[in-house]
Design a protein around this ligand. Sequence first.
Ligand code: ZN
Length: 389
Amino acid sequence: MKTTLKTNITVKDICEGFVYNELEGKGLFGLSGKLTIQPEYQRNYIYASDGGKKEMAVIESVLKGYPIGLIYFNKVSESNSEVLDGQQRITSLGRFITDKFAIKDENGMEQYFGGMAKDKQAKILETKLTIYECEGKESEIKEWFKTINIVGVPINAQEERNAVYSGSFVTLGKEEFSNSQNANIQKWSAYIKGSANRQEFLECALDWVSKGHIDDYMSHHRFDKNITELKKYFNSVIDWVSSVFTDVESEMRGLEWGRLYEEYRKKAYNPSKVSVEVQKLYADPYVNNRKGIFEYILGGSVDTKLLEVRVFDEATKKAVYATQTAKAKKKGESNCPHCAIGHDANKSKIWNFVEMDADHVAAWSKGGKTASKNCQMLCKTHNRAKGNR
Ligand SMILES: [Zn+2]
């Protein structure tokens, strides 16, 4: 790979013919059309989010004469280049010069480029950037892109994969899943964490269809001309969740719906009964982990471990152990009620406190409360055998 350092390109040169696409959230071209600012494998423009603090910081740095960091171009032909690293900063410059956003002046007043004093405008336009222009094989450039970190906002795993497996499949995938204008995003957000811009919906869709093998899947489908399977699978999962669980709860966001779909999609559920159960568990003060409610219900309301039901505290356990042991000693039988009715050597064994666990006499799932009256101590073996039903 060949690298050339360029120090004569100014902000004015870069922003010549700057185009910003609001719909795609991308800065597209610069350098009089010779520079592609956000090639397909680049992520969307994110400096405008978070109230635009990052894009304002870029302009303020330039005005103060601070460096804004190295910029890398990939030379794609004799006259054309694309931005490999620095597209967020270049898009900030282009958006400012075309009056897309304002900075605050010394008095806290909004100031657009168009309304600035001529000398300040000139200071920005004449600022020279430090640019490395690279030439090399596609694979070399991509491998190298994988290793650089974008200043400010580190690249995430899916943004990196989009760079490594760039091609028609990624382009189509981003059109569907990374477009914040897609009307479905809001519905999807009920079940998926993250943002479209940062490729987290695309990542989730890929994770589901590939059963966790995203890299394999992307590499296999890299040059596909459609994303039919990806879309179909994703929509099946979303449709399934939203038909089983008619309530939308915030704890549903980010659950492993792909895995749950595979595990439970063949079981039939009655959505209105499911809804009643969800509400009941949400109202239950003993349920510590609300995220577990959905899988608990899908699995037939058996595995209470998923709910992290609040257990008896130490004081309660010790008090119950003491009375239970005193009674057992009097009768000459084991202080584990299950051992006591057995026929083996443990029939009269007095277990130590640490050898026993607390158990709900009436199972929590059948309405048993986590109060001392409902607590009994069992030896560890019997407690495990009974399970937390
Ligand atoms: Zn026992």
